[in-house]
Design a protein around this ligand. Structure first.
Ligand SMILES: Nc1ncnc2c1ncn2[C@@H]1O[C@H](COP(=O)(O)OP(=O)(O)OP(=O)(O)O)[C@@H](O)[C@H]1O
Ligand SMILES: [Mg+2]
Length: 345
């Protein structure tokens, strides 16, 4: 387990369920993780493993049929003090200040961040002005509208947009996909968040632009001293961007640790499966090769270890009955698998 003393974001026992017509969907089931200031935690896992739901919970952007468990904690540590995001009133002022202020967000689809009816510039300026107090604290500068526009232009230039002075007055649909993605990063970073949540921000882009955008994000991260929670299917992206990785399966974190170590010597059979077909993963940019078999429906979560239905090393009578506890492998690595001991209480 990680030592979480200095964590910027510390999630403990996060659970999220959805009420649906077919029944209850348990999308996130007891997730704990920590993101440290200025560092990057990658979350990797197949489609449907709960990556987006877990990170949307962090900014409380879940749909109305979602419920966060009462015991969940989502602590954010700021200079002004610590807050538990899980306990903030829905739709309240605190949450609005947090989103786009302390916590920036970028998604796979830039149109999720931009409204089609306002120019890029207008939306950036409004965001900068809405988070004026936060920017004042971060930069020691108070923006008026004119200064906000200059700042927006600088951010657009910073993300490699040529003619930013002209493009700032364009509408999102007037930009190419790659440029929209850059504009979304500029929008998210223009308020200098201390944590950036990036949910598959480069998946829709071609490989060359993807590499450029990842490099850009790393550069801006260093410059702004920002932490990142980075979600992807792609182990190549994780190897490039994240110091630490958490592997998620069916709503649970099955393994975590420093990226290099997890890739060099994966412990959990699921992580092993994910990595098995990736020769020289450090340089590979291939997507995860799915482990044989399908992820069970979250409407019918298997008893015991969620992975036992696909696990080549399952131990009947144990893995199908008891949920494996998180077991420390060393000071920074842990795995939730009966092969490594511990049983959950
Ligand atoms: N609004 C909703 N109502 C019911 N179930 C939902 C809802 N949103 C998500 N889920 C369920 O929660 C589970 C986790 O979904 P999530 O989107 O977090 O997966 P993911 O790991 O982000 O997958 P992907 O890689 O495809 O983005 C899925 O089983 C999904 O069907
Ligand atoms: Mg997702």
């Amino acid at each position: 387990m990680t030592a979480n003393g200095g964590a910027l974001l510390e999630i403990t026992d996060l659970g999220v369920s959805f009420t649906t017509d077919e029944g209850m969907v348990r999308a996130v089931d007891g997730v704990s993780l920590a993101v440290h200031p200025g560092r990057t935690l990658g979350i990797v896992g197949e489609s449907g493993s709960g990556k987006s739901v877990a990170t949307k919970a962090v900014i409380r952007l879940l749909p109305a049929n979602a419920r966060i468990d009462g015991g969940s904690r989502i602590l954010l540590r700021r200079a002004e003090g610590e807050i538990d995001i899980a306990r903030l009133p829905a739709g309240g002022r605190e949450l609005r200040r947090l989103r786009g202020g302390d916590i920036g967000m970028i998604f796979q689809e830039p149109m999720a961040s931009f409204s089609p009816v306002y120019t890029i510039g207008n939306q950036m300026i409004e965001a900068i002005l809405a988070h004026r107090d936060h920017l004042d604290r971060r930069l020691g500068r108070r923006f008026d509208r004119r200064a906000a526009r200059d700042h927006a232009i600088r951010m657009l230039e910073r993300v490699g947009m040529s003619n930013a002075r002209l493009r700032i007055d364009q509408y999102p649909h007037e930009l190419s996909g790659g440029m929209r993605q850059r504009a979304m990063i500029a929008l998210a970073l223009s308020t200098h968040p201390s944590l950036l949540i990036a949910d598959e921000p480069t998946t829709a882009l071609d490989v060359t632009i993807q590499a450029q955008i990842l490099d850009l994000m790393l550069e801006l991260q260093r410059e702004l001293g920002m932490a990142m929670l980075f979600i992807t299917h792609d182990m190549g992206v994780i190897a490039r961007i994240a110091e630490e990785v958490a592997v998620m399966y069916l709503g649970r974190i099955v393994e975590r640790g420093p990226t290099r170590e997890v890739i060099r010597d994966p412990a959990h059979p699921y992580t092993r499966g994910l990595l098995a077909a990736l020769p020289r993963v450090e340089t590979s940019r291939r997507r995860l090769t799915p482990v044989p078999g399908d992820i069970p429906s979250p409407l019918q979560r298997p008893a015991g270890c969620p992975f036992h239905t696909r696990c080549p090393r399952r131990m009947p009578g144990l893995c199908d009955r008891e949920v494996p506890a998180d077991t420390a492998l060393d000071a920074r690595r842990s795995v939730a698998c009966h092969l490594f001991g511990g049983r959950a209480s």
